[in-house]
Design a protein around this ligand. Structure first.
Ligand code: CUA
Length: 362
């Protein structure tokens, strides 16, 4: 066997100062974790088989029940078929088999048995329907969810006001969440599998989905109903907070956007471009004159983890790409290209100002 030499690039021992820092760093990290309430931990995988709510567990139980019944029936059927085909196989010189029609006992058995199996499944299905379509609990947190092409709008009633955000739905743990699902265009389907099964967003109808998250973290989800060009790029994240963490998030979201502190900074220049330029036609930033309702509300855009409905990280590079040519990242995007290179009006420099401003919206 040939021996493989591993380059000794990382063998330098850490300095004494660094070693001394370790317990401190660990303590700081722990304190940070406690402060965040694990809200930042991504709970992979995005799968039905890792349920985190009672509703998702009920649905998985139903799936497992039908799957195992199907496996038992399938194995028995194929084993029986195999046995009969082998036992009564053709041999040279055999007479023709006796011709018979019907066997009352068998006919009764294979009519009753499937009916019985379906009846068992029906009992558990009806039970699951009642469990997954409960009356809204009095203490439920209501969130209006509106499917867009191709992103999600989330609306939280706060007093007489409404907090509006996009693509990242924040909820508290241990409190029922009632989603009021709607669409103002085509069909979509809300699907965060660890929370609950798919439920459609339909025009002119409000569908409800009620579940109670129990573990803080970031859960992946996506649209699960074909809705046009960028259906596959219509992702979302559900962020489950501790009740205190959720309260803080909502409080911050309810505030208008921060003003740039220095009127000559890139942020201030960006603000002018955003609030007085093309962006204002489609977006809202609370605390500015912008009133457009076509695109996502950007009031606290800088706090979002991702952009373009969860397809890329929210960082300066991706944001610049998105502003200059959104349809290149998301086919069919209603936001036209803004960069000069893609036929828009903005220079690279102007886009950098806009990025600086949008990132400052914390
Ligand atoms: Cu929205 Cu698919």
């Amino acid at each position: 066997m040939k021996s493989v030499s591993i380059p000794a690039a990382r063998t330098t021992p850490p300095g004494r100062a660094a070693r001394g820092m370790r317990p401190l760093l660990a303590a700081a990290l722990l304190a940070l974790l406690a402060a965040c309430g694990e809200d930042h931990i991504t709970r992979y995988p995005q799968t039905t088989f890792a349920p985190e709510t009672e509703m998702a567990r009920e649905q998985m139980f139903l799936f497992n029940l039908t799957m195992w019944m199907g496996i038992v029936v399938g194995v028995l059927t194929f084993a029986g078929m195999g046995y009969i085909m082998w036992k009564f196989r053709y041999r040279p010189g055999m007479p023709d088999p006796e011709q018979i029609h019907g066997n009352t006992k068998l006919e009764v058995a294979w009519t009753l048995l499937p009916a019985l199996i379906v009846a068992v499944i029906a009992v558990f299905t009806v039970r699951a329907i009642f469990i997954t379509q409960p009356e809204p609990p009095a203490n439920a947190l209501n969130v209006r969810v509106i499917g867009k092409q191709w992103w999600w709008e989330f609306q939280y009633p706060v007093g007489n006001d409404t907090v509006i955000t996009a693509n990242e739905i924040h909820v508290p743990i241990n409190q029922p969440v009632q989603l009021l699902l709607e669409s103002d265009n085509v069909l979509h389907s809300f699907w965060v599998p660890q929370m609950a099964g798919k439920r459609d967003l339909i025009t002119n109808r409000v569908n409800r989905l009620i579940f109670t998250p129990t573990v803080p973290g970031v859960y992946m989800g996506q649209c699960a109903e074909f809705c046009g060009d960028s259906h596959a790029l219509m992702k979302m994240r559900l962020i489950a907070h501790t009740p205190e963490g959720f309260r803080q998030w909502l409080e911050n979201e309810a505030r208008p956007a921060l003003e740039p502190t220095d009127s000559t900074s890139a942020v201030a220049l960006g603000k002018k471009l955003v609030t007085q330029g093309a962006c204002a036609g489609c977006h809202v930033i609370e605390g500015t004159p912008m009133v457009g309702r076509l695109g996502p509300n950007l009031t606290h855009f800088g706090r979002r983890r991702t952009l373009a409905a969860g397809i890329v990280d929210n960082n300066a590079e991706n944001l610049a790409k998105w502003v200059s040519n959104a349809p290149a990242m998301k086919p069919g995007s209603l936001m036209p290209p803004q960069g000069k290179a893609a036929g828009g009006n903005l220079t690279e420099e102007q886009i950098q100002y806009i990025v600086a401003y949008l990132q400052s919206l914390q």
